[in-house]
Design a protein around this ligand. Structure first.
Ligand SMILES: Nc1nc2c(c(=O)[nH]1)N[C@H]1C(S)=C(S)[C@@H](COP(=O)(O)OP(=O)(O)OC[C@H]3O[C@@H](n4cnc5c(=O)[nH]c(N)nc54)[C@H](O)[C@@H]3O)O[C@H]1N2
Ligand SMILES: Nc1nc2c(c(=O)[nH]1)N[C@H]1C(S)=C(S)[C@@H](COP(=O)(O)OP(=O)(O)OC[C@H]3O[C@@H](n4cnc5c(=O)[nH]c(N)nc54)[C@H](O)[C@@H]3O)O[C@H]1N2
Ligand SMILES: [Mo]
Length: 816
């Protein structure tokens, strides 16, 4: 989230699109209710299904799954054509005025530089700003230049007329225009919309671009950095925000630092590439500090072994030969028989990843599998024949499975980062049962054994394991407190301010924040963005002061938010160019008081830089402003374009009928054997989408009798019109199949899913909850991911769980 849960109460308009917060985030949804009750906010929901969120909305509009870029691209055009954008904000705080290089272009659904064979854009050199001789980007503040970002964007989305968009999305035109018109009202400087989204946007082959389009709308409306505004990703698992913060993705390092590619063996070049110099005069470009964060991380990991002479152990870090080893890639490698062993920690991939047959087949090729989980998951029993639910030949599977029972979060102390980036300390609520041990104890045990083996036998590359600094008080199980202190970081030598000669921190002291981090080896910090969470004053995450002096819900004394206890990112943009809040009465967040920036939040800015200095609010970007034009950051192009899901019910992209290369995301990675497994609308005519229910949490709660009682049996949802066509009534058993397999479930026939008119045909949706499986105390069922396609988003590789094709048949003799 750019903002946070409590702040939603400050919204004038709430758009829930690409998620179902009332059901999947029922506690956080309270703040939508607050906004409605106390701020007269309106709630709009755009979803293929009339959800529990929709049931309490002021207005609901249906949309065909996978078409949000068209819906939002049309909105961008509508806002520009009708002058409904926050002009001052767009001119000063975005890249609208920046001039794009001459070679940049877009034709037949593709940007320039495409290589169809590789399915990528290897040459993105023209996806950038034109630079002047001074090295700075050229701008035209009058927005007249034909190649300024604003005009290119206007031109790009001029194709997205209401008729075109309605024809793609299936949203009736009047409903779509009603949603657009309401959203457009928040272009007034003091009026704010928040966008709440989750998997309805992320789980598509164009998911990251859907989110970008949402952010572009928010920038046009001047809603980023504002209280009650922002782009708010509602995170899933209780600590999934912490997972990304700590760099647990295969290509990241803690604090959103990035692992190097193979070609980046040269350490200074690795740092220089990430420490971008400002692209405009007077801008901060905060990533210039990259080297300080990186060296401090290396000091936390490798201690004394990391020295200036050995480039702080840079050579010890792995380098990537491909952009990332995401789960899809790894399972593909496993499926090819290229993986011997797999540690599966708190993850149930045969249930949660697409194409169960492929995931199960991959696990069967392993020599060994270790599952660390409190529960006996399907993954740990993938070899067990469970009849039609898991039809495998147990004898043919040779994988040795080790099951290590672990504690769960409620059985240990620690911190969890919520969607709003708050690190909240929690305390153990119960003793772990039986032989369960903590993840920390198991991982430490593994480390010590590996280390002993490397010390004894040598091996190919023992240095990083032998050189790791493991000076914890209890080496067999470092405490959560000690680890949290390590993330925060400490001074390794006395830190003196070079200008004033004042002592900033004594050697050994916890640091007050990341501003003190250095690249000379005198500081250590395991995750720079967490610096400030455990200072000399103690554990800031354990704070529970909810006083709110300005009644703006920022509660700076409650827990601790990264970065720097700042609650709303980019909050300098909540004030106009002169430093005054756009709405000084109801939307005051930070402002210039004549001497400094301050207010109800920690300013996301240099506190002593006056407005007239011309430093812009988006200090992490070298431009200083926010980007409509993504330069070369996105796989499929600088402006989001609508592409169909890989399994499309209409077979073509109505925007690019004559170019099949632009039907679906041209830059999404597809493995060969998966391409062949995509189905077509001829055999599988219905658009399917999968989702969760309040009563269950993924695949764990079927181990719990109470949850099993509240939602006892696997079902699928189909609309009344389709049910009638297929002769299905509520309670019948149906078979739902895709080109990868089938499931059988009870039919729920509902008015909540209506047929949509798309490109001259009727598109029906089928809704499939994901919670059932072949383990646990609930009535067994089929794994929903038997059906889903093995393809991910072009940037994140998040699977396309939300848009695929199925057929539905009534099972003979399966009458209610
Ligand atoms: N009770 C409960 N709560 C949970 C979870 C749980 O299992 N149970 N899981 C947690 C986790 S890990 C996560 S990630 C979050 C997920 O939170 P959500 O993303 O809110 O959960 P989903 O049920 O997957 O909802 C996605 C919604 O998107 C809609 N949708 C599908 N395709 C499209 C599309 O193309 N466009 C639009 N606009 N909408 C679309 C679906 O109809 C559905 O209503 O929930 C978390 N909360
Ligand atoms: N078709 C379809 N598929 C989906 C989705 C969808 O919308 N549609 N959503 C996707 C999303 S967003 C998600 S997040 C995934 C969820 O997929 P998974 O993460 O694979 O599913 P969970 O059942 O949440 O599995 C988490 C496991 O962690 C265990 N666990 C709990 N606490 C601890 C602990 O402290 N330590 C350890 N080691 N284990 C612990 C639990 O017992 C559980 O078995 O599913 C994805 N799959
Ligand atoms: Mo999730």
């Amino acid at each position: 989230m750019t903002n946070h849960w409590t702040d939603i109460k400050n919204a004038d308009l709430v758009l829930i699109m690409g998620g179902n917060a009332a059901e999947a985030h029922p506690c956080g949804f309270k703040w939508v209710t607050e906004a409605k009750a106390h701020n007269k906010a309106r709630l709009l929901v755009v979803d293929p299904r009339f959800t529990r969120s929709a049931s309490v909305a002021d207005y609901y509009a249906p949309i065909r799954t996978g078409t949000d870029i068209a819906f939002l691209g049309g909105l961008i055009s509508y806002l520009i054509e009708n002058g409904k954008y926050q002009k001052e904000y767009v001119e000063h705080y975005t890249d609208a005025a920046f001039i794009v290089k001459e070679g940049f272009g877009f034709e037949d659904g593709l940007f320039n530089g495409y290589d169809a064979e590789k399915r990528t854009y290897p040459d993105k050199s023209s996806w950038g700003y034109e630079l002047g001789e001074d090295g700075f980007a050229k701008v035209d503040p009058t927005l007249q230049h034909p190649r300024c970002v604003f005009n290119l964007m206007k031109q790009h989305y001029s194709r997205y007329t209401p008729d075109v968009v309605s024809n793609i999305c299936g949203t009736p035109k009047d409903m779509m225009l009603k949603v657009w018109a309401e959203i457009a009202e928040t272009s007034a400087p003091g009026k704010v919309m928040t966008i709440m989204y989750a998997l309805g946007w992320t789980q598509h082959s164009v998911g990251a671009q859907m989110i970008r389009t949402g952010a572009m709308v928010q920038l046009l409306l001047g809603n980023i950095g504002m209280p009650g505004g922002g782009m708010n990703a509602l995170r899933g698992h209780s600590n999934i925000q912490g997972l990304t913060d700590l760099g647990l993705l295969s290509n990241s390092l803690p604090g959103y630092l990035t692992l190097a590619m193979d070609a980046e063996q040269d350490y200074p070049a690795y740092i220089a590439k990430r420490a971008s110099k400002p692209l405009r005069p007077g801008q901060l470009s905060y990533w210039q500090n990259y080297g300080k964060f990186h060296v401090s991380l290396m000091k936390a990991w490798f201690g004394k072994a990391a020295t200036a002479e050995n480039n702080w152990c840079y050579d010890w870090l792995p380098k990537l030969d491909v952009p990332g080893y995401d789960v899809l890639r790894y399972f593909d490698l496993m499926y090819q028989g290229k993986v011997n062993g797999y540690f599966c920690q708190g993850f149930n991939p045969i249930a949660s990843f697409p194409n169960k047959a492929k995931v199960g087949g991959a696990l069967a090729k392993l020599k060994w599998l270790v599952v660390m989980d409190p529960l006996a998951t399907e993954t740990s029993e993938f070899w067990r024949n469970a009849g039609d639910f898991n039809n495998v030949d147990t004898k043919a599977i040779q994988t040795t499975v080790f099951r290590l029972p672990v504690t769960c979060f409620a059985e240990e102390d620690g911190s969890i980062v919520n969607s709003g980036r708050w690190l909240q300390w929690h305390w153990k609520g119960a003793q772990p049962p039986g032989e369960a041990r903590t993840d920390i104890a198991i991982m430490s045990g593994l480390y010590h054994r590996l280390r002993a083996m490397y010390a004894k036998d040598g091996g190919k590359f023992p240095d990083p394991i032998l050189g790791l600094d493991w000076s914890y008080k209890v080496p067999d199980e470092p405490s959560p407190e000690e680890l949290a202190m390590e993330y925060n970081g400490k001074a390794l030598a006395d830190l003196v301010d070079p200008k004033t000669n004042l002592l900033l921190a004594k050697a050994g002291e916890q640091l007050p924040g990341f501003a003190l981090l250095r690249d000379d080896g005198s500081t250590a910090s395991g995750c720079w963005i967490f610096s400030g969470s455990w200072t000399q004053l103690g554990n800031q995450m354990a704070r529970r002061d909810n006083s709110d002096p300005y009644a703006m819900g920022q509660t700076l004394g409650w827990a601790w938010a990264w970065p720097a206890n700042r609650r709303i990112l980019y909050n300098r943009a909540s004030a106009d160019v002169s430093g005054k809040p756009w709405d000084p009465e109801k939307k005051r967040l930070v402002w210039w008081n004549g001497k400094a920036w301050g207010g109800t939040d920690v300013p996301d800015y240099k506190p002593d830089v006056p407005p007239e200095a011309g430093m812009n609010p988006f200090i992490m970007n070298p431009e200083g402003v926010a980007r409509f034009f993504a330069v070369d950051k996105m796989a499929e192009g600088p402006f989001p374009e609508h592409y169909e899901p890989f399994e499309t019910p209409i077979g073509i992209n109505p925007l690019h009928k004559d170019n099949p290369k632009a039907t679906s995301n041209p830059a999404a990675r597809v493995f060969k054997n998966d391409m062949e497994l995509f189905g077509t609308a001829k055999e599988f005519p219905y658009a399917a989408t999968t989702y969760r229910l309040t009563e269950h949490f993924h695949f764990w709660t079927k181990h719990c009798r109470l949850n099993a009682i509240t939602q006892p049996e696997q079902f699928v949802e189909i609309g009344e019109v389709l049910a009638k066509e297929l002769g299905i009534v509520a309670g019948d058993r149906v078979k739902v199949s895709s080109n990868r397999g089938y499931i059988k479930a009870v039919a729920v026939v509902t008015k909540r899913i209506r047929p949509l008119q798309v490109n001259g045909q009727t598109v029906h949706h089928v809704g499939i909850p994901l919670h059932w499986g072949f383990s646990g105390v609930a009535r067994n069922g089929y794994l929903t991911n038997t059906l889903t396609p093995f393809v991910g988003d072009g940037n994140t590789q998040t699977p396309e769980f939300k848009s695929f094709l199925v057929n539905v048949e009534k099972i003979a003799g399966g009458e209610a």
